[in-house]
Design a protein around this ligand. Sequence first.
Ligand code: DGL
Length: 264
Amino acid sequence: MNRLDPIGVIDSGVGGLTVLKWLQEKMPHERFIFIGDTARTPYGNRSREEIQGFVGEMTAWLNRRNIKQLVVACNTITVLGTDVIKNGYDFSVIGMKKGAHMVEGVTRNKKVGFLATDFTVASGAHKKEIQEMDPEIQVFGQGCPKFVPLIEGEQFGSPELAAAIKEYTDKLKEYDVDTVMLSCTHYPFVEKEIREAFGPGVTILDPAERTVQAAMEDLKQRRLNRETGLGRAEVCFTADLERGKRLAARMLDMNQCDFRLIHL
Ligand code: DGL
């Protein structure tokens, strides 16, 4: 393993592009290989066994490309646990941050909400981490099964998306939360709309930047960070390459990316 090896990035679909954007910005010398499993998205309403199987295929593919680190740009996959994802490979695994250290000092009334897939909410991982840090914080998870199909389907500005946003944000508003985490990497595609639905009294947090910081620290510690050369991303989808490109154009600098359709 050496500094010139690429960094793998995975998601069930286009959501991970919201993390890849930060990775490219903060680590401009690195080469990234992103896989969005657009053929089988969404993962958030599947069984643990099924998700584990898909992840195993992605990590085996990336291992053949000699990645030095895997950034799991998906909360649903992250809650499977690092050991399960790592599966004995040599690369390090950086999962999505669950937000404990982000909400600290932000919430005033100690009522924190998070929007995520049903799988992520059911895992209880976010609530556990936040309450281990501060048991006084009440944590409310809201599953949002309609969001990923609408985002993958490019239904921006549609009445269906507006209705889904209202439905999920209204539920969290009932608990009087003052801080909300976007705990699914697809949701920053509609962050502006979610922010507007909550209004100015609620702080919206995206764990992507903190996750990228953790990835940078890991590489520095292992002396595997690249400090020279021009970075680039190879953006791979398992279906619908053209749709993937259109969604990527909303997030990434297209001049720094090459796109590919792959089969796992
Ligand atoms: N983007 C994903 C996440 O962060 C998964 C969405 C899905 O496939 O349901 O949870």
